[in-house]
Design a protein around this ligand. Structure first.
Ligand code: NDP
Ligand code: OXD
Length: 306
C-alpha cells in the first residue's frame, strides 16, 4: 500500500515514522511534484497540483477537523475525505471554552488589572443564570464543549442542523430554531464548520439578537464572523467583548483593530491543536480498516460541506 504525505507547515519526518510504525509494510513518502500514484494521502492544505496528480487516491485523510480548505479544491468525484474525529481535540476545545466563559463571567481580567494596580477590591458576584451559554454546532467538538460548560451549572443551549437531544442542554435546530436560540443566549460559542451556509453567520443582525451584554467566543473559523460588525456592536455596548482564536486572515495582520483591543482576547488559532500521536493512531487505524474493506467514521459529506 502506498501512502503520500502532503501537509503544509508540518514537519514530515515524525509523521512518516509514526505512520510507518503503525502500518508496517506500507510505503510512505512525502509528496513531490511528479511522484507516483498513491492509494491514500495524509494532507493539510495541499495544493491543487497535488490533487490533480493523484486522481486514483482511495481516501484523503485531513490532519484537522475542519475540511473547508480541502473542499475548496477540485477533488476527484469519488475520493473519500476523512476528517480527524476528536483525536484529542475535544478536551482541548472544552478547556479553552470553559476558560474563556469563566474568565469573562468571573471578571478575572478586571481583577487582574486591579491587583496589578495594587488595589484590593471586590466586584459584586454575578448570577450564572444571567449568562446562558449557546453553542453553535453540536458535533464532535461542540457536544463536548456544551457538556463541559454545563458542568459549571451555566444554562446551556445548543444549535445544530438536525434536531438533537442532550441532557442538560436546551437544543435548537435548523433555521426555524436559530432566532429563538440567539434570543436566549448571552455567551455565544461558535463550533460550526465553515460552509456556504455558515459563512458570515455571526454578523450585525445575528449578534444583535443575543441578550444584552453578550460575549462572543469564536473557535471555529474566522470567516464565520463579520469582524467589523462585532466591533460595531462592542462600540454600541450590546456586546461586552469577545475571545477569538480564529480570524479572516491568519496570522492576524499588523494594524488590525483586534490587536490591543481592550475588550477582545486573542489567541493564535490554538484552541484545539492536532496531537500527532493520537492523530497517527486514528489515521493508521482507518487506513487499515479501509484496506480491509470496512467502513470508517469521520467521512465528510462533500455536498453538506462537513
Ligand atoms: P462536526 O462536523 O463534528 O460538527 C458540526 C456541527 O455543526 C454539527 O452539529 C452540525 O449539525 C452543525 N452544523 C453544520 N452546519 C450547520 C448549519 N448550517 N446550521 C446549523 N448547524 C450546523 O465538526 P467538529 O465539531 O469536529 O468541528 C467544528 C469546527 O471546529 C471545524 O469544522 C473546524 O472549523 C473548527 N475547529 C477549529 C479548531 C481550532 O483550533 N480553532 C480545531 C478543530 C476544529 P448536525 O449535527 O445536524 O450535522
Ligand atoms: C482544525 C483546525 O480544523 O486546527 O483541525 O483548525
Amino acid at each position: 500500500m502506498k501512502i503520500t504525505f502532503c501537509c503544509t507547515d508540518t514537519k514530515a519526518e515524525p509523521w512518516l515514522q509514526g505512520l510507518a510504525a503503525a502500518l508496517p509494510g506500507a510505503d510512505i513518502t512525502v509528496w513531490q511534484p511528479g511522484a507516483p500514484q498513491a492509494d491514500y494521502a495524509v494532507v493539510w492544505a495541499p495544493p491543487q497540483q497535488f490533487i490533480d496528480e493523484q486522481p486514483a487516491l482511495r481516501a484523503l485523510f485531513n490532519i484537522g477537523a475542519g475540511v473547508d480548505a480541502l473542499l475548496k479544491l477540485r477533488l476527484p468525484p469519488f475520493v473519500r475525505v476523512v476528517r480527524l474525529d476528536d483525536a484529542g481535540m475535544a478536551v482541548q476545545m472544552a478547556e479553552y471554552v470553559c476558560h474563556a466563559v469563566i474568565r469573562h463571567f468571573r471578571e478575572f481580567d478586571q481583577y487582574e488589572a486591579a491587583m496589578q494596580a495594587g488595589q484590593w477590591s471586590y466586584r459584586k458576584p454575578r448570577l450564572r443564570q444571567d449568562f446562558p451559554v449557546g453553542v453553535m454546532g453540536l458535533g464532535v467538538l461542540g457536544e463536548r464543549v456544551a457538556r463541559a460548560v454545563a458542568q459549571f451549572d451555566f444554562p446551556v443551549l445548543g444549535w445544530s442542523r438536525s434536531p438533537k437531544q442532550m441532557a442538560g442542554v436546551r437544543c435548537f435546530s435548523g433555521q426555524e430554531g436559530f432566532n429563538e436560540f440567539l434570543a436566549a443566549t448571552r455567551v455565544l460559542v461558535n463550533l460550526l464548520p465553515l460552509t456556504p451556509e455558515t459563512q458570515g453567520i455571526m454578523n450585525r443582525d445575528t449578534l444583535a439578537r443575543l441578550l444584552p451584554g453578550a460575549y462572543v467566543i469564536n473557535v471555529a473559523r474566522g470567516a464565520h464572523l463579520v469582524e467589523e460588525d462585532l466591533l460595531a456592536l462592542i462600540d454600541a455596548g450590546h456586546v461586552a467583548g469577545a475571545t477569538l482564536d480564529v480570524f479572516l486572515t491568519e496570522p492576524l495582520p499588523a494594524g488590525h483593530p483586534f490587536w490591543g483591543h481592550p475588550k477582545i482576547t486573542l489567541t493564535p488559532h490554538t484552541s484545539a491543536r492536532t496531537l500527532r500521536d493520537e492523530s497517527i493512531a486514528q489515521i493508521a487505524g482507518k487506513i487499515a480498516a479501509l484496506a480491509r474493506g470496512e467502513a470508517v467514521a469521520g467521512v465528510v459529506d462533500a455536498g453538506r460541506g462537513y
